[in-house]
Ligand binder design. Sequence first.
Ligand SMILES: [Zn+2]
Length: 164
Amino acid sequence: MPRSKIFTTNFDPHEVYPCPVCRVGKISHIPLMEAMGCDFCHEIFTINAEQQQIKMPSRQPPLIWRWNGFSWSEVQLEGVELGWGYGLAAISFVVLPTSLIGMVAYYFPPHPHDIISWLPYTWTILTFLLHLSIIIWLFIEIYQIPISAYVQALNRWRNRQMER
Ligand SMILES: [Zn+2]
């Protein structure tokens, strides 16, 4: 069922919103600036009220979130649409080479007495792991700032606890 428009709220820079980076703090308007700041991870976001968007300019390309009336939408790199096509490409990048090598190993099995009879199977597993790790690495590359901001904020919080 589509969400009713009546219950959605427009993004208002003078309201308080959950922080899309750390998901712990609250972001609120910074006086005299077209920006909002988080009270937990101290990230600064510039406001685009027309587009219902906030932008985190502290990395290049900047990360963008759009307010959908309920919550912040999935993070976006400015100028890059990470649609389902990328997900499909990522899955086929892992699945296709693995199944190809796996099929060869299955239909042309080495003689069981061969010394290297384990090789095709190991090769299949290695292909899968290698391709999967490339995808995971790309994923972390895109999302690394939110993760590191969270770790930094956690460390700050821990230091504050230790000072007491
Ligand atoms: Zn935050």
